[in-house]
Write a protein that binds this ligand. Structure first.
Ligand SMILES: *[C@@H]1O[C@H](CO)[C@@H](O)[C@H](O)[C@H]1NC(C)=O
Length: 348
């Protein structure tokens, strides 16, 4: 749930064994085209790749449904820009969010909306699927840092509360996701040390209502080698580190956020009140559909490899296409059908 740095070695090993056979054939056919080309880069180890929380636990793959709701109506995102955001950064993120809906299937394959189709395989006890439609309902700008430049889990709720109280942000119990994004100068409780993003729900005492929300921070200036990996890798203080990959939209911090946003949205939609889809017996530390696949972006990932992804003519790495020709690198998510991590750029 928390975008923690869990890489479950066993799981990834199984995945790489499972999928190694398909990669050669696809490589050969791709070379006939001019770029983009498939490749599977091996990178220096992730700074916090082996989390104590999941290491050695075998209940990881027993993802279970706990009878709570999923987001089955068209999902309205209420977007909160906290701190200083420039228009080009906002556009990258909004293009990603607007690429999720099935009506943007026009995007080249493999597409963001096809990636989301794995999330829509999850249902609630009435048989209703997670919605394939994701909209940006409203935006709210908190550029004066109403709660300061350091946020805690509780002050994040305060920011949402302000947005809800000061119209035009409606209370949207049924379809709403409140997504708060902090700029690179904002520090957040546990950011970089334990999490790159998280989701939960608000408390009536703070916000007046119980509303599912997620936070994701721009790690560009604080810990790109942790939260914008693999666009920065451990090694050099301010540089992007040995072996770092070039980000698809030229912004290490924001391109790194895209995958974390995808991770949190997938989990929020399948486990909005933390009583629907998760693995593990402890609801205070659930392992959710994004956690299970962190660090995996394509076929044959694991053991330092991120999986088969694509590289364009300028050397920028991506695995998904979005609207308006945008490209993104987004981690895979767990499929309840395949009982494995899945993404539309799979080669097998
Ligand atoms: C809904 O979920 C079921 C069960 O996973 C799946 O078989 C079906 O294809 C899903 N429908 C859509 C529209 O995703």
């Amino acid at each position: 749930m928390s975008g923690t740095f869990s890489l479950h070695l066993l799981l990834l090993l199984l995945l790489s064994l499972h999928s190694s056979s398909g990669s050669m054939a696809a490589l050969t056919t791709q070379t006939l085209d001019i770029p983009p080309q498939y490749y599977n880069p091996k990178l220096p180890a992730h700074a916090l790749s082996s989390s104590k929380k999941y290491e050695g636990s075998s209940d990881l793959v027993h993802l279970r449904y706990h009878m709570g709701p999923v987001l089955s109506s068209p999902i309205n995102i209420y977007l909160i820009w906290y701190g200083k955001w420039n228009p080009s950064q906002k556009l990258i993120i909004k293009d990603f969010l607007l690429s999720i809906s099935a009506n943007h299937r026009a995007a080249a394959s493999p597409s963001v909306s096809k990636w989301w189709s794995t999330a829509s395989l999850y249902t609630d006890q009435t048989g209703a699927n997670v919605s394939r439609t994701v909209l940006i309902a409203k935006e709210y700008v908190d550029q004066l840092y109403s709660q300061g430049t350091h946020l805690t889990r509780l002050s994040i709720q305060q920011v949402i509360g302000n947005a809800v109280k000061s119209a035009p942000f409606p209370v949207d119990h049924k379809n709403g996701i409140y997504l708060i994004l902090t700029s690179s100068d904002v520090t957040v409780q546990d950011f970089c040390r334990a999490v790159c993003g998280f989701h939960y729900f608000t408390f009536p005492s703070m916000v007046g209502y119980t509303l599912p929300y997620a936070w994701v921070g721009n790690s560009g200036k604080q810990c790109p080698e942790v939260c914008a990996y693999p666009f920065a890798t451990p090694g050099y203080m301010a540089g992007s580190g040995p072996g770092a990959l070039a980000p698809p939209n030229g912004d290490v911090g924001v391109d790194g956020m895209i995958s974390v946003i995808g991770h949190e949205l997938a989990e929020l939609s399948t486990n909005p009140l933390v009583n629907a889809w998760y693995a593990g017996e402890d609801p205070t530390a659930p392992t959710e559909i994004g956690d299970l696949c962190e660090g995996l972006y394509g076929t044959g990932g694991g053991g330092g490899y991120i999986g088969q992804v694509m590289r364009d003519g300028a050397g920028r790495t991506f695995n998904l296409n979005g609207r308006r020709g945008r490209r993104f690198l987004v981690q895979w998510i767990w499929s309840p059908i395949l009982k494995a991590c899945a993404g539309p750029n799979a080669l097998d």
